[in-house]
Design a protein around this ligand. Structure first.
Ligand code: ADP
Length: 616
């Protein structure tokens, strides 16, 4: 097929294959590439992991012209540059980390016409020195990465971005292209206006992430639940998000005690320690980071297999961004939210406090965002559908097969009102004449008919409610108690012990004046059903062994090159290698993600390792 400027689709695909080892382009990559080749301004909105970089990296290799890329994070710039260098792609960067020699070398390469991509931080791009050099550089296109930084409505406004429109005045013949993962129409309009894009091609991708499996669990015992979930992802990269700094430290400590390779990360730690943890995570020496939301920007590890929220995020936008860090390589990943409605109250209090301190009213928009998030967590609708619709996109599939609802893991308890009445009346009876109060575990044991000494000592085996819920799992009863608290049908004492106290709501339920809905928590989790964006089969145990060997080799090679492991090859490439077990350079080139330059650099080492694995 011929494009308007005569560049065939084959020519584009050939380059994608030769340099990156990609045999097909992802949705919208082709039109996005073509917009650059046609010198037509564009706005490309693709979700995290959607493959935006290729949209601006590929065209210069077809046109032979230089593209100037504005990129806000120096750490990501360096990773991108390392990856391109290993793929034999002529690229360079100018930022505050560059030495004078490096800068001089980059300008030499610019003058000799050797470069195809120049990555620059926004701060440097708007200096008068840099601006004055622009016209002589032979720039055909300008790519603005993370373009939402230009908008006040985005979550990451940067004032320098506002001045980027000046680049256009200096380079009237270059086309301007903006890339972002932020989908809201307001941000989109702002980008187009602020950058003065001329009749742009607007390409908006699908926001659904089919390779992510979403689950929401009632929070019962967070530390145990987190450990259980992580056990499904042994040796994999995972991020656990917590609401407070203290919580990150407690959770990290409890995980370490259980032998998990975990560390806490939050803004209160000294920068050096934070950098060490980030480095260890990036170089695969640390599996689990337990963090506040401060962790994530600047992390480009694409093989995060699990993101856990230990409490409710403040908006669906934040949730989408944080869970978006899972499975960027397109392979399956799990996102679990541990939910207790008390979290929403905590957020409301925080909002009220900061509004009070600022002497203003609480922003109703923030409360609305919180309400949407709460609706997502307590809702019984397909999670993929709910998220897609929230971002204004319809969801076509009947069942996503990748959320707790569609997998049938969550169901409403039959006759929940009666179950609730049994629980509440057990609490009332245990209180007896003297009004003693007990915790959820004790009440659950009485309802299960346990003959533990502490129950016999108190004579609770003689209560009429003793053994009334014998057929229900202990953790399920505890979850029901928690759900009743969430619904204000029961309360926990805020004093020294979180003992249970009946409320007005409890009385209404006991009198039969109120219906109750309860959800069954899922049975103890089984191993995650593997599911990838391309619908590939999971690896067998034997193949996993080979995969682990390749991963170790990748780390060794990455150390030698001084780059993060995923820059050598990502997990999708290693898995494809394990499936194909190539024995020659030709068959190695068939592997997804192996291009010519990386074949020459790493092919032999991986072929040797594969040979060694297959012979024992
Ligand atoms: P974004 O910037 O949109 O978050 P990236 O450009 O970092 O996404 O790409 C995400 C991952 O997808 C990377 O590991 C990249 O190598 C991979 N990728 C991009 N395009 C393709 C493709 N056409 N085929 C296979 N993998 C791809």
């Amino acid at each position: 097929m011929e494009g308007p400027e005569g560049v065939s689709q084959d020519a584009i695909e050939d380059i994608a294959e030769r340099i990156w080892g990609f045999r097909t382009l992802r949705p919208l990559q082709e039109p996005a590439v073509r917009a650059v080749l046609d010198k037509r301004d564009s706005l490309v909105v693709l979700p995290t992991g959607g493959g935006k970089s290729l949209c601006y990296q590929l065209p210069p290799m077809v046109s032979g012209e230089l593209t100037l890329v504005i990129s806000p994070l120096i750490a990501l710039m360096q990773d991108q540059l390392d990856g391109l260098r290993l793929s034999g792609y002529p690229a360079a960067a100018l930022n505050s980390n560059c030495t004078d020699d490096e800068i001089a070398d980059t300008y030499d390469r610019l003058h000799s016409g050797d470069l195809r991509l120049l990555l620059v931080s926004p701060e440097r791009a708007v200096t008068s020195g840099f601006m004055s050099k622009l016209p002589g550089m032979g720039i055909g296109a300008i790519a603005i990465d993370e373009a939402h930084c230009i908008s006040h409505w985005g979550h990451d406004f940067r004032p320098e971005y506002r001045r980027l429109v000046e680049l256009r005045d200096r380079l009237p013949d270059a086309s301007l292209h903006a890339y972002t993962a932020t989908a809201t129409p307001r941000v989109r309009e702002d980008i187009i206006r602020q950058l003065d894009l001329h009749e742009p091609e607007i390409l908006i991708g699908t926001f659904d992430r089919p390779n992510l499996t979403y689950r929401v669990l009632p929070r019962v015992k967070a530390a145990d639940q987190i450990a259980q979930i992580l056990a499904r992802h042994e040796n994999d990269a995972a991020i656990v998000y917590c609401m407070s700094r203290r919580e990150t430290e407690n959770v990290a400590e409890s995980l370490m005690k259980r032998g998990v390779n975990a560390a806490a990360y939050h803004a209160g730690m000294d920068p050096e320690k934070r950098r060490r943890i980030q480095d260890k995570f990036t170089t695969e020496r640390l599996d689990v980071v337990v963090a506040t939301v401060a962790f994530g920007m600047g992390i480009d590890r694409s093989d995060v297999r699990c993101v856990i929220h230990a409490s409710l995020p403040k908006s669906i936008e934040a949730y989408q961004q944080e869970t978006g860090r899972a499975g960027r390589d397109g392979l399956e990943a799990e996102c679990v939210l541990l939910y207790s409605s008390g979290d929403a109250r905590k957020w409301e209090q925080l909002l009220q406090r900061s509004a009070y301190e600022a002497g203003v009213e609480v922003d109703p928009k923030q409360l609305e965002l919180l309400r949407h998030m709460r609706g997502f967590a307590s809702g019984m609708r397909c999670r993929h559908r709910t998220l897609s619709e929230h971002f204004g996109q319809s969801y076509e599939n009947e069942s996503c097969e990748a959320c707790d609802i569609c997998l049938g893991e969550v169901s409403e308890v039959h006759d929940a009102t009666t179950v609730a009445q049994k629980i509440l009346s057990c609490i009332a009876r245990a209180a007896g004449q003297n009004g003693s109060a007990y915790g959820a575990a004790h009440i659950a044991d009485v309802l299960r008919g346990s003959r533990a000494q502490k129950i016999l000592d108190r004579g609770h085996d003689r209560l009429t409610t003793f053994g009334l819920l014998r057929d229900i799992r202990r953790d399920a009863i505890i979850s029901f108690i928690d759900q009743l608290v969430d619904q204000d049908l029961l309360a926990r004492d805020t004093g020294e012990y979180p003992v249970l106290i009946l409320t007005e709501g409890s009385v209404e339920v006991l009198r039969g004046e109120r219906e109750v809905t309860l959800l069954s928590p899922p049975a103890p989790a089984k191993r995650e059903r593997a599911r990838t964006a391309d619908g590939e089969e999971p690896l067998t145990d034997l193949q996993h062994g080979v995969f682990d060997r390749l991963r170790a080799l990748r780390r060794k090679l990455a150390d030698e090159q001084g780059v993060p492991p995923y820059v050598v090859f990502n997990d999708a490439t290693l898995r494809d290698m394990v499936r194909r077990m190539p024995t020659s350079s030709e068959s190695m080139l068939e592997v997804k993600g192996v291009g010519q330059a990386k074949l020459e650099r790493f092919g032999e080492a991986f072929l040797d390792e594969l040979m060694a694995s297959s012979s024992g």
